[in-house]
Design a protein around this ligand. Structure first.
Ligand SMILES: Cc1ncc(COP(=O)(O)O)c(C=O)c1O
Length: 286
């Protein structure tokens, strides 16, 4: 695997960072995961815009302009073997004497790698996945795509302990998101999605799904979703770049709706596949 570290491409075994990197000591950094299909990045401009928001939120200057990031992403994709890849990029504040307050004038650490992009299997799409509901005990800036993911990791592990794919999170009686995805529900033919706020990551897939709902006149509302509505939903989907639009058919051990993937979710999944194909066939960066 070829990775990128601070200006150089190299085999992953050769990539080393100093132990005082604030990414290692404090989780002081942000990241992006950009899917690429047939070796072309998907929604790159949107991912780079979200990276900029995350960097702004933690007062870290962007080490590259968008053209440089695009070139680096293209090189990482070209340097790795898979047709479809997840491009991971991370910017940490850099190396400094351990002290909580952000130091000034240090050079950020930039790391990028790729992995094979594996989307849910046809079998999983047919059966749907299991999830549990857990209290969202993360911090109040979940809109920042921070590398400090201990809360998300612990929640995902609690889900895995129960044989579940995802932990769906509620805070003060309202649905927020899941440990590594956004959540949509369907009730009586209307799709409901929690609005963007400091409490959820603004998912790129979330935006694509909303575009699809709007573009196909599928009834939907973006508004707070109560935990009681989540538990009484006809359909639940989790969305992310790698999960795409994955139906949750068992919640806390009980069937969601009929216990099988619902018709609206199946339609949105099919439209999502078409959307991907269309974007990938377009001539320029999309
Ligand atoms: C907490 C969280 N919410 C939502 C998402 C979905 O974001 P995207 O659609 O950009 O992959 C992710 C992606 O990893 C995530 O970690």
């Amino acid at each position: 695997m070829t990775v990128y570290l601070n200006g150089e491409f190299m085999p992953i075994e050769q990539a080393k960072i100093p132990v005082l990197d604030r990414g290692f000591i404090f989780g002081d950094g942000v990241y992006e995961v950009i899917p690429s299909y047939s070796k072309r990045p998907f929604r790159l401009a949107e991912h780079l815009a979200r990276l900029q928001s995350s960097l702004d939120a933690i007062r870290l200057a962007n080490p590259h302009d968008d053209a440089t990031w695009s070139a680096l992403v293209a090189k990482i994709i070209a340097g790795n073997p898979w047709e479809d890849q997840n491009v991971y990029l991370q910017v940490t504040r850099g190396v400094a004497k351990r002290d909580h307050a952000f130091p000034k004038g240090i050079k950020p650490t930039v790391f990028m790698m790729a992995s094979e992009l594996v989307t849910p299997s046809p079998e999983l799409m047919r059966t749907g996945a299991k999830a549990i509901v857990l209290p969202d005990f993360r911090w109040l800036r979940c809109d920042i795509k921070s590398t400090s993911l201990l809360g998300n990791c612990l929640l995902r592990t609690l889900a895995a302990d129960e044989g579940c794919t995802e932990a769906i999170l509620v805070r003060d009686g309202e649905l927020t998101e899941a440990s590594a995805s956004n959540v949509f529900i369907v009730k009586n033919g209307t799709v409901l999605a929690p609005p963007k706020s400091h409490l959820i990551l603004p998912g790129i897939t979330y935006d694509v799904v909303l575009e699809i709902l709007r573009g196909n006149a599928i009834p939907h509302e973006v508004r707070p979703v109560m935990e009681s509505e989540l538990r009484a939903a006809d359909e639940i989907w989790v969305t992310s770049s790698s999960r795409e639009v994955l139906p949750i058919t068992t919640l806390d051990g009980k069937p969601v709706g009929s216990g099988r993937p619902g018709a609206i979710g199946e339609r949105v999944y099919a439209l999502y596949q078409q959307f991907k194909q269309r974007v990938m066939r377009a001539p320029a960066h999309a």
